[in-house]
Design a protein around this ligand. Sequence first.
Ligand code: PMP
Length: 437
Amino acid sequence: PESKPADQDLLEFRKNHLGKSLSLSYKEPLKIVRGSGAFLMDDLGRKYLDTINNVAHVGHEHPDVVRAGQQQMAVLNTNTRYLHETINQYAEGLLETLPLELSVIHFVNSGSEANELALRMAKVYTGQKDIIASEAGYHGNTNLCVDISSYKFDGKGGQGKPEHTHIFPLPDTFRGKCRDENAAKHYAREVKKCLDFIKEKGRNPAAFIIEPIISCGGQIELPQGFLKAAYKDIRNAGALCISDEVQTGCGRMGSTFWGFQLHDVIPDIITMGKPLGNGHPLGAVACTQAVAEAFANGMEYFNTFGGNPVSCAIGLEVLKTVKRENLQDNALRTGTFLKAEFLNLAKDFPIIGDVRGQGLFLGIEFTDANLNPLPEHTEYLINRMKDFGILMSSDGPDHNVLKIKPPLVFNQNNAEELLFYLRKILNEDFMLSFKRK
Ligand code: PMP
């Protein structure tokens, strides 16, 4: 149906008085009023299956998480300058999921704040400021984060690469610079080239930052062996390795709790955000004792809201819920099923060029026979899926990768519903019209 008059007022006010670079999903924007499990509901009572929201990790408005927040909020909320049990319990809960080397937690309020702090730590630890990051990477909205996010500074409105940022090519084995069995070595050499360049300039690197699956880059899985080789060179140059786990963390990968664990490496710093608070603003940085000690150089780190009792009560309950409801297991089971079925769809629909990802963090790339990206087809599919009550999103430098990253309570029935409508829309004329030879 057409937007209702009330929605026109909402749109009009938003246009004039809310941030002008905010975006809205869909040609006909939705007004969402309720969430529950893997579903959202709009103001007309229509129900949508949510395959986008990796923040509502244990399900939208999970009652136990809501209750944990409400109860703590009714008792006390302060900053971290007083002793409190919950912050210790929550830090302990996170540390239990990490290797022993990563043994200190700093709490913050978002993924951007986590990466901002990680970068500051690396700068203090090394006394250097050159950072190496991936092409098409996104690490947050602060000055420093945008400065290392090629997704932003190479995109619309961007100012290009700053002097102290060094970008290596997207380690994409489907449409990237190297697509064969040498990919890990090839892309590790690209990282080494950045190190050599920094050295030629008479400087030393501070850090290397990357996501285990590059989400804004279009769900790009790092080739096996790449991270190990890159970490070795980075460490030989005296810099720190940062794993951005803002999207990949907390059980979503299925076979591992964190993304770096897929690659048999241990970072010096990992950053966490999105899923930790199930929608409540919560982020964290885990680092080694050595990094934490170097960072405590006399300047106090104060964060008004980071680590407050309400956030910690919520974070702790999210962790407990992931365990109690076996959600990592569900990510593995449902994700493996979905990926296999996407690969089956790819046999019937050549528009599907590639299927990739781990657990409930998957991507489907739409290309023609010459591997040209098909962003219009991707957008068409997303809008049609909405007509059938399924919310989906796309990403990648060419906007042609369908991202699947639902709440981890997404189950077999939800997966089957998604597959049914995907097949239906893939059969529509527009989706079948593209260059096949
Ligand atoms: N890192 C990654 C990989 C992200 O995807 C995002 C958010 N999309 C961030 C950092 C920034 O997190 P936030 O929006 O919570 O500041």
